[in-house]
Each structure stands twice: as C-alpha cells, then as structure tokens.
Write a protein of this length. Sequence first.
Length: 177
Amino acid sequence: MFQHADDPVALAVDLANTWDTLEDPPELLGAVADLRRFLARRGIEGRVREGDLTRARAVRDSLRAAFSAADVNAAVDVLNRLLRDAGALPQLASTGAGWRFTYASADVVDAVAASAAASLLEAVRDDGWDRFGVCAGAPCCCVFVDRSKNRSRRFCSTLCADRIAQASHRSRVRGTS
C-alpha cells in the first residue's frame, strides 16, 4: 500500500520528495513557480514570494533529516524544532469527513512546515518511527511512511518496486541462460 492522498502525512512526504535523484534535474522546486504549483496541487493557498523558495527547500531538508535520523529521539528533535520555528498556530477545522488540525500563519511556508512536522510527529506517536522509510530502489532516495499491515514496505512507489523487480528478473534470466 503506497501513500494515499488523504493520508495526513502526504504533504510532508510529498514535500520531502521534491528532491528526486531519478529526475533530471533532481531539484523539483527549481523556481518559485514550481513551489506555487506544488502548493496549488495540494489545495494550499497563500502568497508565495521569492525568499519562500529557499525556506521551503530548508523545510524539505529538515523533513528528510527526520527520515534518515539515527534514532527516534533525533527524528523527533528535528520535527519539534521545525514545528517550533514555524510558529504557526493549530486550529481545528471540519474536513467534511471529520475534524483535522490545520496550522494558521500569515506565511504559507510556515503553515506548510507546521502541518508537515505535526503530521509526522503524530505518525511517530501513533505508528512508531520504524514506519518511516527511505526507498530501497537505489538510486531513488524518496521517503515514505509505511502504512501496510505487516510493516513490510520497502519502496516509495509502485514505479520503484516494479523497476527493482524487473531488474531482478533480468538478472535471474541472464544467470540461467
């Protein structure tokens, strides 16, 4: 099971994965227009200025650091610092399917940072940090939160899972011929 769009951590995972080594160039937030499109596709409104691009990349790097931290305490420290630095205030909002916390700020990057960090902290609390993963489909380095029942997810997407399965199959076929 791969990341669903309605998963509360999807924003955090999507932002962390805006650096993708399988893309050319790997930087998916290359310009302010890219950041605007990223936010618009996720229904996030707000004014995006030139300096926001650098800050959004810094938020991304902090999120990625939580996925590659040495242990749960280091990951939580990174996420708590990100949440504290954002300074956005939590507010309860109706989503039609229930209630969800949103993070209000005059600054769109701070609101995204707070929402992403809080969602990942909730995932640590609810499911454990061992559910955080980095794709095993090298050279891909995308991150994910494993929501599978048996905690066996190894890849960020079906594309990477298929790519590795095909490479493994080709290798086996070459070995038997």
